[in-house]
Design a protein. Structure first.
Length: 321
């Protein structure tokens, strides 16, 4: 049976100053489950940061309640909250001369106090965090010496050393290359499973989120928060809540966002996977109509059209634009 670590019920969230009150999100209800990685997705300005602040106990709801381990989050002291929740923010300021080991050890401050004196239990927690993120070999390296991807793993290790039941990460793959983005998200999924943690990741990276997340929270203006398995949201079409206007849609067949193209008048025969790429190239080139059939072959790749054979998509486009 799944266990909820955080539950939000009928939340109205926003900011107030004096008598002025601005409501940003209303009637939100959700559950964050142990052993799952949940991805929070939505357009810029929709209120994702506001929701995260409420979950972290930094913002008091106008209405409703957030429970952490079945207790109102407002009843936790800052010290106790730091032992339950760990946070990885985007682009934090980090002293370049600090070593990776020292950074990860900072995660123990809620347990050691600001003196930072590590006992055996703390050193073991640091070692386990380094091991879980596979960066033991970087322990003595200075932060200015390591890559962005390695630095992000070190920040995750610090959050692990903190040993809370819940981890919240804000755009942990921002500014990373493709390989590092996949690696970080797969690492977080593995941590959620092996350590039974509830992990909430705020991200705009839909493709990688689909690959790794156990659950999606979709947040959009004027609609309730949608929660569900990514596969269910794709199949039901609710994933399209992330896409504004009529220009784009999520292709269930291809598993990606595509532009809605209408009235294309060309016929492509051959392997379906290759034909879709030819269609995409024609679409980007602004070609909506071609007389005659286009035949695509593989092993070796070729495109046949109007009695001519082309060995690359570029060659085909240049000859027919």
């Amino acid at each position: 049976m799944r266990k909820s670590s955080i539950v939000g019920t009928n939340l109205n969230l926003g900011y107030s100053k004096g008598k002025l009150k601005k409501e940003i999100l209303s009637e939100l209800s959700f559950e964050l489950f142990s052993g799952e990685m949940t991805c929070l997705l939505g357009p810029n300005g929709v209120g994702k940061s506001t929701l995260v602040k409420a979950i972290l106990g930094q913002l008091k709801p106008f209405e409703g309640e957030v429970l952490l381990n079945e207790k109102p989050i407002s009843t936790y002291s800052n010290e106790d909250l730091a032992k339950q929740l760990s946070v990885v923010l985007t682009e934090p300021f980090l002293p370049g001369n600090m070593t990776v080991g020292q950074l990860v050890a900072m995660g123990r401050i809620p347990h050691t106090g600001w003196t930072g004196k590590l006992e055996d239990i703390d050193r073991e927690a640091v070692q386990q965090a380094l091991s879980a993120t596979k960066i033991e070999y970087l322990r003595e390296d200075r932060l200015f010496e390591i890559s962005d991807g390695q630095r992000q793993k070190a920040l995750i290790a610090r959050a692990l050393a903190q040993d809370g039941k819940v981890m919240v990460l804000d755009e942990p793959t921002a500014h990373l290359d493709l390989v590092n983005r996949y690696e970080i998200m797969h690492l977080l999924q593995e941590i959620s499973k092996t350590q039974g943690k509830s992990i909430l990741v705020v991200t705009h990276d839909l493709e990688i989120a689909l690959e790794t997340a156990d659950r999606f929270w979709l947040l959009n203006c004027g609609t309730p928060l949608i929660s569900g398995l990514p596969e269910d949201l794709v199949i039901s079409g609710e994933i399209n809540q992330l896409l504004h206007g009529k220009k784009f849609h999520f292709s269930v067949e291809k598993g990606r966002i595509e532009s809605k193209v209408q009235d294309l008048k060309f016929e492509i025969s051959g392997p379906e996977d290759l034909a879709s790429w030819i269609s995409k190239a024609l679409e980007k080139a602004g070609i909506k109509e071609m007389a005659g059939a286009i035949e695509v072959s593989k092993d070796p790749f070729s495109i046949s059209y109007n009695g001519s054979i082309y060995n690359s998509v570029e060659e085909f486009l240049l000859a027919n634009l």
